[in-house]
Every structure is written in structure tokens, then in C-alpha cells.
Design a protein around this ligand. Structure first.
Ligand SMILES: C[S@@+](CC[C@H](N)C(=O)[O-])C[C@H]1O[C@@H](n2cnc3c(N)ncnc32)[C@H](O)[C@@H]1O
Ligand SMILES: [Zn+2]
Length: 356
């Protein structure tokens, strides 16, 4: 399972799974349901001290308990029945890993989650409200995440950046900051792995890597504008000033249409290349997984992606330009040039550097 592989990479060089290590990781699965994920962590990931598998549903907790007995994980997995936010608030700076996997949005749990992690702890987040994050109901997205989504070809990347911006703002109000390791859009859901650290200085940089997006309603051209400009003053001190804008004129210079405004979104990198490479390398050391080829494909694409936001989707771009799309083989070949890179969001998406 992919989540287990990511934890393998974080945990380092312990040898045996299923044994509680005194100085191992403390993991919280806040929304455990039957506890399937916690059982797999317990059986497959070495170097764990304890896994708390929590659900607020009494029946779910009884099932978790039964699964603990069935899998002989009594020494390492513990069932808990309660509200996930309450549990995290009662465990400040306590967990090495927190996994949030709700039905729909995970946003209501962000505040408690960023506070429950120890320094450098790993937060694993699933959000299944892709329709909301991709712009079907912008008002709902705003109430949940504090950002307006964009209905654009790059809506999935925009959705990931809305989640990251929400996470970052929750972390920043506690003088903490996030470092995204891997941010994926898979099928109907989003899955993110971020590390959480403390630091007033880094937290203050939040405004300079949050920004608005101007998206042309005619040709789809997009322009991002950071909310604040960070200027280095002395040493590693920054001065922050509001960005001057807007960066686009009222009408799109390409086609004359007006712009939709989305955001604020997270403008920083979605992934950490070193982490992805370590996950890819660790696949060799693990037993073969039936989804291995898909995992390798997704991670290799993510590793190729440019750090800057958004991309052009080739079919859509050719439609706008009234031309025939080039064959896929030509596109794949071109991904070795510095102008195009593949992206994990779309089979025919390309981050295209030289348009800007
Ligand atoms: C999508 S399921 C979790 C699936 C599970 N992570 C897995 O991999 O099998 C969501 C679970 O969250 C629980 N839940 C929802 N809100 C909760 C809350 N505030 N606190 C604790 N559990 C909650 C529900 O009872 C449900 O069992
Ligand atoms: Zn336009």
C-alpha cells in the first residue's frame, strides 16, 4: 500500500514490522473506520511504537478492536472511540504521523492536526470532495477552505493548491509551517503528504507564497499574483510588502475576454524531489505490490513536474489555437526538452515553460 511505502521512507532503518519499538513512531489514524489502514501500518511498517486508530462511531471502534485481535496487533495498535479533533487537541506535539481520511473534506481537522504533530511530523491528508475543490460550488469551497477554486483545465492542481494554502494558514496561526513532500490528485480524491515544523520566521513567509490566480474565461490563459512580496533586508530577515497589481489588464491581451479570479492558493512546490526519489528507491526493497507500476508512473511524473503553478493541456490548447494536436509519441519525446514536462494530473497535460 502506497501510504505504507511513504511511512517506510520517513521511518528509516528499523528492521521488523509488528513489534513495538520504545523510541519508534507514534501514529494517529484519526478517522479509522474498520482500521484497515492501521492494521496495514502495524503489519508492514517497521519502527513503530504505537498506532492509535480512532473513530467516533462505537460500532467502528468495536470492529477496529476485533481486527487488532485477528491480526495479533494488540501490542502496537490501540482502538479509540472519540472525536478526532478532540483527540488531537488533547495530544499537542505528540504524534510523529497523523493520517486524516474522512468522507469529503479534511479541512475541519487541519487546526488540531497541525498542533498534534511533533517537530517535523508527517501529516497525511485525503480529501474526496474533488468536485468542490475543482470549482463546481465555489461558495462551498470558500466556506470549507477559505479560497475560491477555479473551473479550469488545471482544476485538479488548483484543488491541491487550495488544500495546501488552507493547511499552511492553519499552521501559520500557531507559528508553524508546512513542507509538502508529495501532493497527488488520484481518480476522485486528493492525497497529500506534508511535514510540519515550528518557526515564526518561516510561518510569516506564508503571504509571499500564497497568491491569487487570474484565469481568462475565453482562451484559458492564467496569471498568478503572490499576495505579498518578500524582500531580503539583512542576514535572513525579510521585509513583506503587499504586491502591486493587478498583473493583468481588464481584458485578456490574447483574446479580449474577462478574467475569473481564484484563490488564494499555495504557490510553492507541490513535491519534494528527494522524498519522491527515496520512495521510488524503497520500492525495490519491498515485496512486489500489484499497484507498483501505477505508483512508479505517478511518482515519476510528479518528479518531472515543474515547481511553478499550473499547466497547459495539449488538446485544450490546440482547440483554442484551432490546430490539430500533435501525436502523443511526439509529445512524450518532447518531454526530454526543457520546454515541456509531463505532469501526473493528466495524460496529455504539459507544464509549458516558455509561454510566460
Ligand atoms: C472514509 S472513512 C475512513 C476510512 C479508513 N481511513 C480506511 O482507510 O479504511 C471515514 C470515517 O471517519 C469517521 N469519522 C467522521 N467524522 C469523525 C470525527 N469527527 N471523529 C472521528 N471519526 C470520524 C466515520 O465514522 C468513518 O468511519
Ligand atoms: Zn484570453
Amino acid at each position: 500500500m502506497f501510504h505504507c511505502i511513504c511511512l517506510h521512507v520517513v521511518v528509516g532503518d528499523f528492521t521488523s514490522a509488528g513489534i513495538s519499538y520504545q523510541h519508534g513512531m507514534k501514529i494517529l489514524e484519526g478517522l479509522g473506520a474498520s482500521g484497515l489502514r492501521s492494521m496495514r501500518f502495524g503489519l508492514e511498517v517497521p519502527g513503530i511504537q504505537k498506532i492509535i486508530c480512532n473513530d467516533f462511531d462505537q460500532t467502528a471502534t468495536e470492529i477496529i478492536d476485533r481486527n487488532i485481535q485477528r491480526n495479533n496487533l494488540g501490542g502496537i495498535v490501540e482502538a479509540s472511540c472519540g472525536d478526532a479533533s478532540m483527540l488531537m487537541h488533547q495530544n499537542k506535539y505528540n504524534f510523529d504521523v497523523v493520517d486524516l481520511d474522512p468522507y469529503g473534506t479534511a479541512a475541519p481537522f487541519f487546526d488540531a492536526a497541525v498542533m498534534s504533530l511533533r517537530e517535523g511530523g508527517l501529516l497525511c491528508v485525503t480529501c474526496t470532495d474533488a468536485a468542490i475543490l475543482c470549482g463546481n460550488t465555489p461558495e462551498k469551497c470558500f466556506t470549507m477552505y477559505g479560497s475560491l477554486p477555479l473551473r479550469a483545465k488545471f482544476a485538479h492542481e488548483s484543488g491541491l493548491r487550495v488544500i495546501l494554502r488552507c493547511l499552511e494558514s492553519h499552521a501559520a496561526r500557531h507559528s508553524r509551517y508546512i513542507v509538502p513532500l508529495l501532493s497527488l490528485s488520484v481518480d476522485f480524491y486528493f492525497r497529500l503528504f506534508v511535514k510540519v515544523y515550528s518557526g515564526q520566521k518561516q510561518a510569516k513567509r506564508s503571504a509571499s507564497h500564497s497568491g491569487m490566480v487570474y484565469h481568462c474565461t475565453g482562451c484559458g490563459a492564467y496569471t498568478c499574483q503572490p499576495l505579498a512580496e518578500a524582500t531580503l533586508t539583512k542576514g535572513d530577515e525579510y521585509k513583506f510588502t503587499p504586491f502591486k497589481g493587478p498583473p493583468v489588464s481588464e481584458h485578456c491581451v490574447q483574446c479580449g475576454s474577462r478574467h475569473a479570479i481564484g484563490g488564494p492558493i499555495y504557490l510553492g512546490p507541490l513535491h519534494n524531489l528527494a522524498f519522491i526519489n527515496r520512495v521510488l528507491l524503497s520500492l525495490d526493497r519491498l515485496p512486489h505490490l500489484s499497484t507498483e507500476r501505477r505508483i512508479i508512473g505517478m511518482l515519476s511524473m510528479a518528479a518531472e513536474e515543474l515547481d511553478e503553478p499550473f499547466y497547459w493541456e495539449m488538446d485544450g490548447m490546440c482547440k483554442t489555437l484551432h490546430c490539430v494536436p500533435p501525436p502523443m509519441i511526439t509529445l512524450r519525446y518532447s518531454s526530454s526538452s526543457k520546454h515541456f514536462v509531463s505532469i501526473h494530473f493528466f495524460w496529455c497535460g504539459r507544464k509549458y515553460q516558455s509561454l510566460k
